[in-house]
Write a protein of this length. Structure first.
Length: 181
C-alpha cells in the first residue's frame, strides 16, 4: 500500500469539507475547490481529519490511493494559503504588463503576445520583468505558469527568455571563431 495514502489529511479550522456521492468539495477563506473521486477510492471524514480508504486491492486502485490523498491535501492547502509561481523575464526589451484580464508579453517577436488570464488565477507584474502567478488550484497555477514560459523558453547561449525563479539554465559557449594570424 501507499505510504503517502495512509497519512490522514488534517483540516484546519475555517475549512469546510463536504462529500456528496463521488464529489469532494473543500471551501475555505481563499475559495472553493471540487474534486471527483476515482472509482474504488472512498473517504472517511472524522472530526478534523480525512482518511483515504481503498475499497479493494487491485492495481488500478493502488495507483489512485496516494494520488487522491495528495490531491486532497493540495485542495486544503490551496483554500487556506494558496499557491504561487514566479517567473523571470531576461532579455533586452523583453517585458510584461497586466491590463485587466490580459497579460501582454513583449518578447522580441514582431507583435506583442496577448495572454488571457483564466478565471481563478491572478497575475502580478513587478518591474516589468517579474511575473507572479497565484491562485487556489495548484494544477491550474502550474499550467498557467508553464503556458506563459512556453512563449519564450530560455535559450542556452545568451540566457534570454522566460524562466522560473531559481531555475538554473546551463549556458553553452558560442562559436570559437577563427583566430586571425
Amino acid at each position: 500500500m501507499s505510504r503517502i495514502g495512509k497519512v490522514p489529511v488534517t483540516v484546519p479550522s475555517g475549512v469546510t469539507v463536504k462529500l456528496t456521492d463521488d464529489l469532494l468539495s473543500v471551501e475555505g477563506a481563499k475559495g472553493r475547490l471540487d474534486q471527483a473521486l476515482p472509482v474504488g477510492i472512498g473517504l472517511m471524514i472524522e472530526g478534523d481529519q480525512i482518511k483515504v480508504v481503498p475499497e479493494n486491492d487491485d492495481r488500478k486502485t493502488r495507483g489512485f490511493y496516494g494520488l487522491t490523498r495528495t490531491l486532497i491535501a493540495n485542495m486544503v492547502q490551496g483554500v487556506t494559503e494558496g499557491f504561487q509561481k514566479s517567473l523571470e523575464i531576461t532579455g533586452v526589451g523583453y517585458r510584461a504588463e497586466v491590463e485587466g484580464a490580459q497579460l501582454t508579453l513583449t518578447l522580441g517577436y514582431s507583435q506583442p503576445i496577448q495572454y488571457a488570464i483564466p478565471e481563478g488565477i491572478s497575475v502580478a507584474v513587478d518591474k516589468q520583468t517579474q511575473v507572479t502567478v497565484s491562485g487556489v488550484d495548484k494544477q491550474l497555477v502550474g499550467q498557467v505558469a508553464a503556458n506563459i514560459r512556453a512563449y519564450r523558453v530560455v535559450e542556452p547561449y545568451k540566457g534570454k527568455g522566460i524562466r522560473y525563479s531559481g531555475e538554473k539554465v546551463r549556458r553553452k559557449a558560442g562559436k570559437a571563431g577563427k583566430s586571425g594570424a
